[in-house]
Design a protein around this ligand. Structure first.
Ligand SMILES: Nc1nc2c(ncn2[C@@H]2O[C@H](COP(=O)(O)OP(=O)(O)O)[C@@H](O)[C@H]2O)c(=O)[nH]1
Ligand SMILES: [Mg+2]
Length: 257
């Protein structure tokens, strides 16, 4: 087994970026140990790790939803009100989603701003049985999200938005929610802003599987976009570093003309 293979085996966390850079270096015939070792030290790329926020009015079921996605059966747990925001890490296949579940009360509204920074995924949750919670999403939470992205210069950052109608515990409720006049009047806005809309029940997991499927597919696309940017930067940095190393290793050619 070659030295390279041994190193690869001892570093299971090596990312696609590191592998691609190594291949590129090899293809350029510039591979050497010093440079390869520096690749091993590279930070793990952002690919595979995402930041998510859940927002919406109080009691729409945000905490229940994130618990359900984390595999906790809400019917066996006692739900308490979220204070400020609570953090959890959601694992999905190869992805880790750092999740901020915020409190919907008015008094925490300004606090939510800082959680919008660098967000990759935003869940806007409403209760299908409460019209005012749907209205809040369009009048308060989504506008606030876009304002914050501008404020933090995040407007060009790729992100995924989900609108989630919760508490559709049975087909009848789901049908009623789909027929909501208010939501129908927002269809154009939803399409224009590329927002995914799901009607689910966090309580009994209804439709959560299709929500998760969509989320995973979107994360793959988002990850590739981020990876592409990271790759290009990383390859440049390491090629420059290699050129410098080679320059230093060149024997001095004293005497030659
Ligand atoms: N029927 C029903 N109740 C739910 C559902 N999701 C949450 N709840 C209930 O709604 C209440 C508020 O839920 P919670 O997750 O604390 O809301 P949050 O304030 O948005 O985090 C709790 O009593 C939950 O048990 C659901 O899908 N169906
Ligand atoms: Mg909560």
């Amino acid at each position: 087994m070659s030295q390279t293979q041994i190193k690869l085996k001892s570093n299971p966390n090596q990312t696609q970026t590191q592998i691609k850079i190594k291949t590129k270096i090899k293809n350029n015939n510039l591979f050497n140990n010093i440079i390869y070792n520096s690749l091993i030290e590279m930070p793990i790329s952002k690919r595979g790790k995402f930041k998510m926020i859940l927002v919406g009015d109080t009691a729409v079921g945000k905490t229940t939803l994130i618990n359900s996605l984390n595999g906790v059966n809400p019917q066996n747990t006692c739900q308490t009100s979220t204070i400020g925001a609570s953090f959890s890490s959601l694992r999905m296949d190869d992805y880790t989603i750092d999740t901020w579940d915020t409190a919907g009360q008015e008094r925490y509204f300004s606090l939510v701003d800082m959680y919008f920074r660098n967000v990759d995924i935003a869940f806007f949750v409403y209760d299908i049985n409460e019209l005012d919670t749907m209205e809040s999403i369009f009048k308060k939470w989504i506008p606030r999200y876009f304002e914050c992205r501008e404020k933090y210069n995040d407007s060009d950052r790729p992100s995924i938005l989900f609108l989630i109608g919760n508490k559709a515990d049975n087909p009848e409720l789901q049908k009623k929610a789909n027929q909501s006049e208010y939501l129908q009047s927002k269809q154009e806005y939803i399409l224009e802003n590329n927002i995914h809309h799901f009607i689910v029940s966090a309580w009994n997991q209804r439709n959560l599987n299709i929500l998760v499927k969509e989320l995973k597919e979107d994360l793959t696309v988002l990850g590739q976009k981020i990876e592409k940017e990271t790759d290009e930067q990383a390859v440049q940095i390491h090629l420059q570093k290699m050129a410098k190393e080679r320059q230093q290793m060149k024997p001095s050619c004293g005497g030659c003309v």
